[in-house]
Design a protein around this ligand. Structure first.
Ligand SMILES: [Zn+2]
Length: 376
């Protein structure tokens, strides 16, 4: 069995979840040692987020100038205990009652394989920085609490996206959580309903006339949580709440939508005669890396060399690349062959996955040999 696959299966079988990445981290630390990487440390992010494991940073010094960072995360979604991987017809999946955790142990295995190949090739290369984060799945908390001051790289890849090898995620949306509380007037529903004002009806009017769903080609919103505070059918409802989110690749569009939402709620509430209170908070920052930027060009060149179709496109979710860009690293996401992540149907195509180590190796070598062409 290929080493990349046996590494992957070993880590998949080690139980882990956000804030308890210990078993995966210990396997990873041993594998980094085996690879002869001596510059390794675990930071204190675990303590900061109430977990038992920190981010692991490793550096393979090069003999050529320059440095490039590659990253993946150690935690996984819930339903990731007792995973029994099944390999059939070139696909790794599970027995069906757990996730597979190819998101993101596929990324970790790819990085280890890439470094192994790099060392075995004996070719001179630049410095390789590796960051293995915790708590990606619960709000990018590992990459939020990592200290970037010693990072020498200008470019960072997050090996953490669904799809076949070749898929490049060059943008992720900015997001916000948004809510609207509606305050009506309670009254006896049978004897004096005219003295009441139904918050449930107010909320319904707000939602029925709200612009939501697909807003434009790079913006969406969704309000799936609607609770009315009524407890008995004989009283007019005096409280309701609408909760949702909005996303846009363009931060200004997101802010404009929030302003529209607040205005819409206020106007609709006034017309109907209920009080309104809106609240919102921004999520992790999004990013948009132009298709002709060095980090994307480098990958397109590597994929051309590998005979793989490059497929740069925007993604819809958040990942550590969001935080890397925010911290001044140019960063895009790379797919490693998994599909249906975050579900018990998660599976990985071996024809894609088995080439991800080669992808890492070629990315480092190409960058090392053409530093000036990929200057950020
Ligand atoms: Zn992930």
């Amino acid at each position: 069995m290929e080493k990349i696959l046996s590494d992957f299966l070993e880590m998949v079988r080690a139980d882990a979840i956000s804030r308890d990445e210990r078993k995966v981290a210990d396997i990873l630390l041993a594998k980094l040692r085996e690879l002869g990487i001596t510059e390794v440390y675990e930071d204190d992010a675990g303590a900061k987020v109430g977990g038992n494991t920190g981010n692991i940073f490793a550096r393979l010094p090069g003999t050529l100038p320059g440095a490039i960072m590659i990253s993946s995360h150690m935690d996984r979604m819930p339903q990731g205990f007792g995973i029994e991987p099944v390999i059939e017809n070139g696909v790794v999946s599970t027995k069906g009652d757990t996730i597979l955790a190819a998101d993101d142990l596929g990324g970790i295995s790819a990085i280890l394989d890439g470094v192994r190949r790099l060392k075995e090739s004996g070719k001179p290369h630049c410095t390789v920085e590796m960051l293995f984060t915790i708590c990606e799945e619960v709000g990018l908390l590992g990459s939020l609490n990592f200290d970037y001051k010693d990072i020498k790289s200008e470019i960072a890849y997050a090996l953490d996206s669904p799809g076949h090898i070749g898929r490049i995620i060059l943008a992720a949306p900015h997001s916000a959580k948004i809510q609207c509380e509606v305050f009506g007037q309670a009254a006896h529903a049978g004897s004096e309903p005219e003295k009441g004002k139904s918050a449930a009806v107010g909320a319904a009017k707000i939602l029925a006339t709200l612009r939501e769903g697909r807003l434009d080609h790079e913006s969406t919103s969704n309000f799936p949580i609607v609770n009315a505070g009524g407890t008995a059918t004989n009283a007019v409802c005096d409280y309701a709440i609408i909760k949702g989110e909005a996303r846009s690749l363009d931060k200004q569009k997101l802010l404009d939508y929030i302003a529209y939402f607040e205005d819409h709620c206020k106007k609709t509430g006034e017309e109907f005669g209920v009080q309104i209170k809106t609240e919102w908070s921004l999520g992790s920052p999004g990013f948009k890396v132009p298709a002709d930027s060095p980090s994307v060009k480098l990958m397109c060149d590597v994929f051309a060399d590998m005979g793989v179709d490059a497929n740069p496109e925007a993604g819809g979710g958040g990942m550590d690349a969001n935080r890397f860009n925010y911290n001044g690293l140019q960063s895009v996401g790379l797919a490693t062959g998994y599909f249906a992540n975050h579900t018990t149907n998660e599976h990985v195509f071996l024809d894609s996955f088995l080439r991800t180590g080669e992808m890492v190796e070629k990315t480092v070598l190409r960058y090392s040999e053409n530093l000036e062409s990929y200057k950020v």
